[in-house]
Design a protein around this ligand. Structure first.
Ligand code: A3P
Length: 292
C-alpha cells in the first residue's frame, strides 16, 4: 500500500495521508485554521472503518425523532457532512444550528476552534484488528485503493500508520488525550453491536435529546445492519463505480465484532499484540477488547 500511498491518488498533509480529489490541502488548512465551531455543534469523529456510517445513520435518525424519511431519501454524507471533504465542507458549514458534522481527522488536524467551544464530540472507536480486516475488504470497494493487499501484508503497514488517515494509535491516543478538555462521549463499535438500544439512549442523553419509546424503537430498527445494508442512501451503491464498487465488496460487508479471528494467523496476532502493547502502554484507558 505504501507505493500506492505515494502515488497521485494520495496527498500528504502534516504527516497524514488523504485520498486526493476528495481532499485538498486548501480544504484541510481551512478545516484546521478557519472553520468556526459553534457551541451547539455536534461532531461524529472516527478513524476510518470504525462504524462512521453507522453513527451517521444513528445521529440522523435521532435528529429526525426516529422518522426514517430523511434517511431514506437523502445520502448520508449530505445529512451529516464532512468538515474536511472539499465538496462537503460548505454543506457542513451552511447547516442551520444545531449542526451535525462528521470527521475522520486526527486531533492535531481538527478545527482549532473546537478547543475553545462547548461543542459536543462523539468519538467512536473500534477494535483495530476488525478495522484492519474491514479496510482490507474496503480496498476492493474503493477505486482509489486499486491494489488489494493480503491481510498479512496490510498488517505491518497498518501498524506503522502507512494507511489513509495515518496511524490508528495516533488517532485514538490523540482523541483520548483531549477527552477531558472537550465535551466528548467515547463509544465503541462493540458497544453499539452489543447493545444498540442502550447506546442510542446514551447518545440521546449526551445530546440532551428526549425521544419517546416509539422514536427510540424506530432509531434502533432503522440503524440495524440489515436495514442499512438495504438503504441506498447509506450503502454507497449510488456512488459511481469508479469511486466505490460495492459489487466487488459491499460497503456494509459483515457488520460484526471479532471478524479478525477469522483472518488473523497466530503470527499476525503475535505481531499485533506486541505492537499494540507498546503503542498503548501509556494510555490510561481499557477498551472492551483489552480485557479479552
Ligand atoms: P465490516 O467491513 O467489518 O463489515 P465505516 O463506516 O467507518 O467505513 O465502517 C464500515 C464498517 O462498519 C463495516 O464493517 C460495516 O459493515 C460496519 N457497519 C456499518 N453499519 C453497521 C451496522 N448498522 N451494524 C454493524 N456494522 C455496521
Amino acid at each position: 500500500m505504501l507505493e500506492r500511498m505515494s502515488s497521485s491518488n494520495f496527498l500528504e498533509y502534516r504527516g497524514c495521508l488523504f485520498p486526493a480529489g476528495h481532499y485538498e490541502i486548501d480544504s484541510l488548512e481551512y478545516a484546521r485554521n478557519e472553520f468556526q465551531v459553534r457551541k451547539d455543534d455536534i461532531f461524529s469523529i472516527t478513524y476510518p472503518k470504525s462504524g462512521t456510517t453507522w453513527m451517521q445513520e444513528i445521529l440522523s435518525l435521532i435528529r429526525s425523532d426516529g422518522d426514517p424519511n430523511v434517511s431514506r431519501t437523502v445520502p448520508v454524507w449530505e445529512r451529516i457532512p464532512w468538515v474536511e471533504v472539499t465538496s462537503l465542507r460548505k454543506k457542513a458549514e451552511a447547516q442551520p444550528s444545531t449542526r451535525f458534522i462528521s470527521s475522520h481527522l486526527p486531533v492535531h488536524l481538527f478545527p482549532k476552534s473546537l478547543f475553545t467551544s462547548e461543542a459536543k464530540v462523539i468519538y467512536t472507536v473500534r477494535d483495530p484488528r476488525d478495522i484492519l480486516v474491514s479496510l482490507h475488504f474496503f480496498s476492493r470497494t474503493a477505486g482509489f485503493l486499486d491494489e488489494l493487499d493480503k491481510i498479512e501484508d496490510l498488517l505491518p503497514k497498518f501498524l506503522r500508520g502507512e494507511v489513509l488517515f495515518g496511524s490508528w494509535f495516533d488517532h485514538v491516543r490523540g482523541w483520548l488525550g483531549v477527552r477531558n478538555q472537550v465535551n466528548l462521549l467515547l463509544l465503541t463499535y462493540e458497544e453499539l453491536f452489543q447493545d444498540l438500544r442502550g447506546s442510542v439512549l446514551r447518545i440521546c442523553n449526551f445530546l440532551g435529546k428526549e425521544l419517546n419509546e416509539a422514536a427510540v424503537d424506530s432509531v434502533v430498527e432503522n440503524a440495524t445492519f440489515e436495514k442499512m445494508k438495504d438503504n441506498t442512501m447509506c450503502n454507497y451503491s449510488t456512488v459511481s463505480k469508479k469511486h466505490f464498487d460495492v459489487q466487488k465488496s459491499p460497503f456494509l460487508r459483515k457488520g460484526i465484532s471479532g471478524d479478525w479471528k477469522n483472518h488473523f494467523t497466530p503470527a499476525m496476532s503475535e505481531s499485533f499484540d506486541a505492537a499494540y502493547k507498546e503503542a498503548m502502554k501509556d494510555v490510561n484507558f481499557k477498551f472492551i477488547w483489552d480485557q479479552c
